[in-house]
Write a protein that binds this ligand. Structure first.
Ligand code: IMP
Length: 433
């Protein structure tokens, strides 16, 4: 009964798509449990790159059922576009299931996301503009539209009308935009509903029955630990729970059915959007990492902020997710550096101006924003490591770098990514028995 969760251990874009895809080939189901079309998963299959947003990564594996769980902010228009794009590229998308309880992202959520971001001025979060925050706000406010509502015209029309009565006031009077026409919006939703109808079902039942039969499910988290609405760098976070607990609430599967929790981390750190980032490199070293690692957003194309590996962040991810395994991606990006710093502590400043050193992630965000990294310098290596599949054949300095990470964060490293393709991987421990 293996239920495996895969979660980002940093601020997203850790290469979860690749790790997921590697495991996905060996499981029966891949289920997305949080986020929506704000995710950007790059999957490379047979030399071809697929950029997925809302679709679970398992969609590129023909033998796998790809599930969109109830915890997802589901944008039907985006799904239909992504589906036809994948089909045009020769991918069979018929093995898809969508939860009838997932919250629907509508055109007015997308609009509200964009206008409220510009209204924040200097206090922008740097959202992806995909309507994620407004969708979850409606869910918690108990005015959200769920997938099942898309198939009941009367209910849908009433909900859209009720929501827009208030939101149009906000849009026109506060944000100064045009109102959204409730009838037009409902008609658009009804149209896409027909395309997705055959895939919509009670996915909690499907997943639980599969696990009870002894089949395996990979729970795929969008975004990452440090973007979690509860455990991340609030308010510079997304509006869902990417952390492992979200896999249960976001699919309707109980925690006793989760057998492994796999965290994915880059060998360094990147972040898109605003918010504190203690090990960020703003000068030439940051530019070097960005170019070497091709660090530009899949969804927004924004240049990613880059920095050195932060052991406090990943140690925290090990704790809040209960990680059993760690995947380190893009180790090859660091090749050529003479020295590689790892952040092992922060010097933080209290409101009274006093400073002290911490080795655990501060939860007070003012304290976190004041954090100055304390580094341990590791030796670098110059040999090309792409294509090596045996850990013992890595240069000694690269081996020592990985062992130091394990030591500092308290979790074993099971896979190491050392190049862009599916085969560029070193396996230390098996994740799927
Ligand atoms: P939202 O999820 O669009 O509301 O954006 C909130 C924050 O999460 C912003 O800083 C985004 O850049 C970040 N974010 C959302 N999705 C991803 C992702 O897939 N990778 C990295 N950052 C993300």
């Amino acid at each position: 009964m293996p239920g495996i969760v895969i979660v980002g251990a940093q601020w997203g874009d850790e290469g979860k798509g690749k790790a997921t895809d590697l495991i996905a080939g060996r499981v029966n189901y891949v289920a997305r449990y949080n986020g929506g079309s704000n995710a950007g998963h790059t999957v490379v299959v047979n030399g071809k790159t697929y950029a997925l947003r809302l679709m679970p990564s398992g969609i590129v594996n023909p033998g796998v059922t790809a599930v969109i769980g109830n915890g997802v902010a589901f944008d039907p228009q985006e799904l239909v576009e992504e589906k036809s794009k994948l089909e045009a590229e020769g991918i069979d998308t018929s093995h898809l299931l969508i939860s009838l309880s997932a919250q629907v992202t509508t055109p007015y959520h997308r609009l509200l996301d964009r206008v409220s971001e510009s209204h924040r001025g200097k206090r922008k979060i740097g959202t992806t503009g995909r309507g994620i925050g407004p969708t979850y706000a409606d869910k918690v406010n108990r005015v959200g539209i769920r997938v099942a509502d898309l198939f009941n015209e009367k209910v849908l029309r009433a909900k859209v009308e009720q929501n827009l009565a208030l939101k149009n006031e906000l849009l026109t009077k506060i944000y100064g935009t045009d109102p959204v026409d409730p009838d037009k919006c409902t008609d658009e939703l009804l149209k896409t509903a027909q395309v997705i109808k055959p895939y919509c079902t009670n996915t909690a039942l499907v997943l639980n029955r599969a696990l009870d039969r002894g089949e395996s499910v990979l729970f795929e988290g969008g975004q990452a630990t440090m973007l979690d609405i509860d455990h991340g760098t609030y308010p510079f976070v997304t509006s869902s729970n990417p952390t492992a607990g979200g896999a249960c609430t976001g699919t309707g599967v109980g925690p006793t059915k989760i057998t492994r929790v796999v965290g994915v981390s880059k060998a360094y750190v990147t972040r898109v959007g605003a918010g504190p980032f203690p090990t960020e490199l703003t000068g030439q070293e940051g530019d070097w990492l960005r170019e070497r690692g091709h660090e530009y957003g899949v969804v927004t194309k924004r240049p990613r902020r880059c920095g050195w590996f932060d052991a406090l962040v990943v140690k925290y991810a090990v704790m809040v997710n209960g990680l059993t395994d760690l995947v380190i991606t893009k180790l090859d990006t660091l090749t050529g550096l003479k020295k590689i710093p790892i952040c092992v502590a922060y010097d933080v400043t209290e409101p009274d101006g006093s400073t002290h050193r911490v080795t655990d992630m501060p939860v007070d965000q003012a304290e976190f924003a004041s954090a100055k990294p304390v580094y341990k310098e590791m030796d670098g290596w110059s040999e090309n490591i792409t294509g090596i599949t045996d850990f013992d054949r890595l240069p000694a300095a690269a081996q020592a770098y990985i062992r130091e990470i394990e030591n500092l964060v308290g979790c074993r490293v099971s896979l190491i990514g050392n190049g862009p393709s599916r085969s560029h991987i070193i396996r230390l421990h098996s994740i799927v028995e």
